[in-house]
Design a protein around this ligand. Sequence first.
Ligand code: GTP
Ligand code: SPV
Ligand code: MN
Length: 603
Amino acid sequence: MTAVTIPGLEHAPTNHARLLAWVQEVAELTCPDEVVWADGSQGEWDRLTQKLVDAGTFVPLKKKQNSFWAASDPSDVARVEERTYICSVREEDSGATNNWMDPSEMKAIMTELYRGCMRGRTMYVIPFCMGPLDAEKPMLGVEITDSEYVVVSMHIMTRMGSKALAVFGEDADFVPALHSLGAPLEPGQQDVQWPCNDTKYISHFPETREIWSFGSGYGGNALLGKKCYSLRIASVMARDEGWLAEHMLILKLTSPENKAYYIAAAFPSACGKTNLAMLEPTIPGWKVETLGDDIAWMRFGEDGRLYAVNPENGFFGVAPGTDYHTNPNAMRTIAKGNSLFTNVALTDDGDIWWEGIGEAPAHLTSWKHQDWTPDGDELAAHPNSRYCTPIEQCDIKAPEWDDPKGVPISAIFFGGRRATTIPLITESRDWQHGTYMGATLSSETTAAAVGKTGVVRRDPMAMLPFIGYNAGDYFQHWVDLGKRADADKLPKIFYVNWFRRGDDKRFLWPGFGENSRVLKWAIERIEGKAAATETPIGHVPTAADLDLEGLDAPLADIEAALEVNADEWRAEIPLVEEWFAKIGEKVPTTLRDELAALKQRLG
Ligand code: GTP
Ligand code: SPV
Ligand code: MN
């Protein structure tokens, strides 16, 4: 076939012709020293974590078994939305919210970047499956990468290696996902702790369902099964096949009467999904179990209800702010070890530390590898530092978390981070109104993406950076799905905001475990038990409608968190108009009608 011989290329553990041809093609283009098929074994984990320790990328944690600390290049700490592209054939299919480039033009540019880019490194071939391996149609992918950090992270975040490859057979469909750090090594050249490239591209080809990523080692840019496959590419599949791929947690809420409800919730990055998914209720008798903390795939079941599956196998959670008070379940999960920590601080006795985890020790090694003491002004951990840990280890995972059938969703929450305007919770009147709430969702930007933080922007369904096609078509898809099912079988949609602030900038609502009070109200609305006030924006509880027993917070703050301020809402209207104008003609008529009706109600 070719004159090129690369060690490892001839020992492929599969007869899948399309996969073999692609691996051959990528190896010839990128020129690695060696090709290794990832098998997902403990031996492979041990070998690669040791290799990362030897390279200085990982420091083993003395205080957590089988766990490692890594600090990235200071320039490679978050998703790069400006460098993320949806390369549909027609520009309008990418839409006003995505960066676009013609697929052949992008492939020409990136092919030149990839040429020889794995020289001096090992090329790993990682077969993986998003969602359960025993799904009716397993959602397969293969990531090729030259990063050991990516391989070991994929061990945690996905079902991968031999057990995934076994599902491929000789001709199963899969999403090819190519990743390179873009940091070839010349013979004898010393590697750096966190190789990456100043030039970055995170490219998606929706028609051919391919992913090409270059230059970054950070989670969302490099673990291609996550946002690239399970949201951007999967949202296109979902549009074509009549389902939903969403940036949502999945939780199970059990009432004191032992009735179980499943709730999915979409909040933008670093706006509280992991925390809500693992919540420890402060109200007696209520129980939360976790099914997923970031992504939900939802399909209609035969009974007409919407069933959700978490495609992931691990949590890639925001570290700062996580402690035994805010998220004890995350703390217990990582305490079991088998976890990776990136861009947190390292204690002198070999443990991790971040802002919000408790009192700072007198000395730390910061995420920038610098000596750190509490009297300086720099953060010890990057605000987007992350832990990566297996779901399997989470004590409160729901037993059905990996059931390929999924779980029937009773309520969908949309939420954002807004200091003003948006009440603690609002119930939509129906699916269309709920879709309007989602489509006009707004939130302050966070450290999860490179760029200025704290800027309010529209983030529809918390999917702004993740919709793999035209946002107007995406809204239409939501509207259309709502027409497919009986209204009483559709999840009820709510709009929440844990982040409203008082004059002195304090949070009005205590959040975290106390959010169970808000979940309870939502469930009791579904059961027809709880009261609400009809307002121009939807049904909102008064403080008296919420179970506030034992809550240690001023009533005035709760009332302020629930306030519907007509002036603030009127000020929101031009922003929504501007947003719809940006999306353009494809904004569904129903959503324009919702806006017109809201305007009228506000007077
Ligand atoms: P991604 O993994 O980026 O998608 O983020 P996420 O939506 O899972 O956010 P996460 O739960 O990790 O929360 C991000 C930040 O918000 C953390 O610093 C939390 O401490 C904070 N946070 C989460 N829930 C609440 C809440 O109810 N109230 C307040 N005030 N802060 C919260
Ligand atoms: C997010 O940014 O929404 C995350 C982390 O969940 S990342 O994997 O980078 O997407
Ligand atoms: Mn996320």
